[in-house]
Design a protein around this ligand. Structure first.
Ligand code: NAP
Length: 356
């Protein structure tokens, strides 16, 4: 695997960062070369601070990575490509500074997702929006690309084939979100055992506005957001990984559940699978069974990159309702960022050159 592009990972010790480090282990194009965390961890070794217990198989990160010394976000980074898994409150300022220094920054954080010149990308859905980075030339020599909120990835992937085939008039969604979505340390065991928290700060707002940007049209270097409203309710539940979404949709062109299942099953996405190493063969799996999908049974489909959809049926108030499951740490975060970095690379926005 010679000739790989060096990658720096900010927020490397957090839950998303640790999963990214694991996914980069055998990556054919990218090599994890630098890791960073908070100023409090600066100078310590990666293995000392990383959230290794969040990985299902324990320590799956090579010794030479575990031995890397942690940097602070604003240190010098020599890698052309930087993957960012910082908390949003830090990411906003840091990402601007690093794009200003000419890096290609691929971010998990919410800070810049809704900026008019920042692409919010799911490669199978809206790869063309990547062209928005041309507008960033007015801001900085580097570029900044974002992936959606972890629940939004599942929702937008499921809505994409319906939007394309029937049009969407309105959507309601209630989420049951896993503990790992809250980062470290997350809610206390005392709050979560035998309990559900019916509020996740900022999450309903993201579900209400990110899908329309993703499913919007790029016209004259501006995204015209899709018009359908989303009404969201979010809940934290005692599940380790995997966000479940109960979705109802009203369609522009009425369709029965069989036609909706057909649209899900036929969806392959806009990018050719073989070109992007982290792309699953199928972005959406339709799962059979009255009580599917379930986090424990279905979150690892497509190595965590496939969204599972089930229980497609007629809705008594809107047109159709169904259940979606997304692995919040893979398709919802680490895998989403990696896939975006790969899309950037094959689209000619090479991290080596910065711009094509
Ligand atoms: P996390 O577990 O809390 O990790 C946060 C990381 O940021 C750690 O590496 C931490 O370093 C570092 N950090 C904290 N404060 C910092 C500061 N002041 N300056 C620099 N670095 C600092 O969070 P996470 O769940 O991995 O989430 C990371 C980002 O991804 C967030 O923006 C989150 O919203 C987004 N995201 C998360 C998920 C998910 O399912 N978890 C899904 C999608 C998107 P130390 O170890 O030194 O504290």
């Amino acid at each position: 695997m010679r000739g790989r592009i060096d990658v720096g990972l900010l927020g490397a010790t957090g839950i998303v960062g640790t999963w990214l480090a694991r996914m980069l282990r055998d990556h054919p194009w990218f090599r994890l070369a630098e890791v960073g965390a908070s100023p409090a961890s600066e100078g310590r070794s990666y293995g000392e601070v990383a959230a290794l217990s969040s990985l299902p198989g324990g320590a799956e990160i090579p010794d030479e990575i575990l031995a890397l010394e942690l940097k602070a976000p604003t240190d010098e980074w020599s890698s052309p490509l930087l993957l960012c898994a910082l908390p949003s409150r830090e990411a906003g300022r840091v990402e601007e500074e690093l794009a200003g220094r000419g890096h290609v920054v691929v971010s998990n954080a919410a800070s810049h997702r809704m900026d008019a010149d920042v692409p919010l990308i799911i490669p199978e859905v809206n790869p063309g929006h990547l062209a928005l980075v041309e507008r960033q030339q007015e801001r900085w020599p580097g570029m900044l690309i974002t992936n959606p909120n972890c629940s939004v990835v599942g929702l937008a992937l499921a809505l994409a084939p319906l939007h394309r085939a029937f049009g969407l008039r309105m959507v309601t969604v209630a989420t049951l979100q896993a503990l790992s979505g809250a980062g470290r340390p997350g809610p206390s065991a005392g709050d979560m055992l035998d309990n559900v928290l019916p509020h996740i700060a900022g999450e309903e707002e993201k579900l209400a506005r990110e899908p329309q940007k993703i499913l919007g049209e790029l016209q004259e270097r501006t995204i015209q957001p899709a018009a359908f409203p989303v009404s969201a309710q979010t809940h934290r539940v005692p599940v380790t990984h995997g966000h479940l979404l109960a979705v109802s949709a009203k369609l522009d062109v009425p369709a029965n559940p069989d036609e909706v299942v057909e649209a899900f099953a036929g969806f392959r996405g806009a990018v050719r699978d073989e070109r992007l190493p982290s792309a699953p063969v199928r972005p959406i799996d339709v799962v059979d069974g009255e009580a599917r999908p379930q986090p424990r049974l279905d979150r690892d489909r497509g190595d965590g990159m496939t969204v599972a959809v089930g229980r497609v049926r007629r809705c008594e108030t809107l047109d159709v309702k169904f259940t979606v499951l997304v692995h919040n740490l893979v398709r919802g975060a680490a895998g989403a960022a990696l896939l975006n970095a790969e899309l950037c690379h094959v689209s000619g926005y090479s991290p080596k050159a910065g711009r094509r």
